[in-house]
Design a protein around this ligand. Structure first.
Ligand code: NAD
Length: 281
């Protein structure tokens, strides 16, 4: 079986570049589909406290018989749990649900600028890493300014930044900023949540050229530009299809054509909230 390439973090650890995300997947379904993802070849799973399926992911891990060193698990600290002590507590609760001793990657889910707790939360993640409860620490949904503040106030640079990123919203500036700090970029909603992006004529043309599907072309674009990418599907054939995107090799012309789909210059493309201003519990 082909396994995903690994990317190296600034702390020396590595992450499988292609992973499988489980947002909006019920706990029982998560157990089934994460099992199917493991069978397809995925070894990297992206969950979060707020998804309500850490226990289902944990049962899938247990049933798979895979050893902890063979898999890579990410979970995220929810907004309502930000703050130093509350983060340490929320981490233990997540670990109990996942049934793990050590976590591969823990992320602050959203910056939540108005709460003003993200620096204290980051200090708790630094402590968890010092205690070897988590191997690698990072953030999700931060602004450049927020990232810079974490670095200035703690001296610890996040290893990865998980952000909304797909061809309609390709985040060139934030990707460049992450790279300038040695932070990997991870794409959420990498397929633009399905729909219009996967029906784009530009994508269709490239798919036909490579005898691939639109979803595979979009995943291959993420891999080509250096993103960690975590597509979601609860359909077994699509889980396999998305994994097989590892076999699709785009050339520079394809990448350039897909880069041209970005809509941010028109102030469009973003699906989710803007992390720099959004605060929600
Ligand atoms: P996605 O972009 O991965 O799109 C998923 C949807 O695309 C599916 O529900 C299905 O409708 C369609 N799809 C998937 N494979 C397909 C295929 N082969 N052919 C046709 N259609 C296909 O959307 P997502 O779930 O929002 O994002 C992926 C993961 O990113 C999530 O599961 C989660 O792990 C993570 N995420 C993180 C955040 C965050 O705030 N950090 C936010 C959203 C998502």
């Amino acid at each position: 079986m082909t396994f995903s390439p690994e990317l190296k973090f600034n702390d020396g650890n590595t992450i499988p570049q292609l992973g499988y995300g489980v947002w909006q997947v019920e706990d029982d379904v998560a157990e089934k589909v994460v099992g199917q993802a493991f069978e397809a070849g995925f070894r990297h799973i992206d969950t979060a406290r707020i998804y309500g399926n850490e226990a289902g992911v944990g049962r899938a891990i247990e049933r798979s018989g895979l050893k902890p060193e063979e898999i890579f698990i990410t979970t995220k600290l929810w907004n309502a749990d930000q703050g130093y002590e509350s983060t340490l507590k929320a981490f233990e609760e997540s670990m109990e649900r996942l049934g793990l001793e050590t976590l591969d990657l823990y992320l602050i889910h959203w910056m939540q600028p108005k709460q003003e707790k993200y620096v204290d939360t980051w200090k708790a993640l630094i402590e968890l890493q010092k205690q070897s409860r988590v191997k690698t620490i990072g953030v999700s949904n931060f602004s450049k300014e927020g990232l810079q503040r974490l670095i200035d106030e703690t001296g610890v640079i996040p290893a990865i930044h998980q952000i909304e990123l797909h061809p309609f919203f390709s985040q060139a500036e934030l990707r460049e900023f992450n790279a300038s700090k040695g932070i990997l970029t991870e794409a959420w909603s990498p397929l633009g949540q399905g729909g219009e992006l996967l029906e784009s004529p530009v994508i269709a043309q490239i798919a036909a050229k490579h005898n691939a599907t639109p979803a595979q072309v979009v995943i291959a674009w993420h891999l080509e530009i250096g993103n960690v990418v975590i597509p979601k599907s609860v359909t077994e054939s699509r889980i396999r299809e998305n994994y097989a995107a590892l076999e699709v090799n785009l050339d520079a012309t394809d990448v350039q054509a897909i880069n041209g789909l970005d809509r941010s210059a028109e102030g469009a493309g973003r699906i989710g909230p803007d992390p720099a201003v959004s605060d929600f519990a």
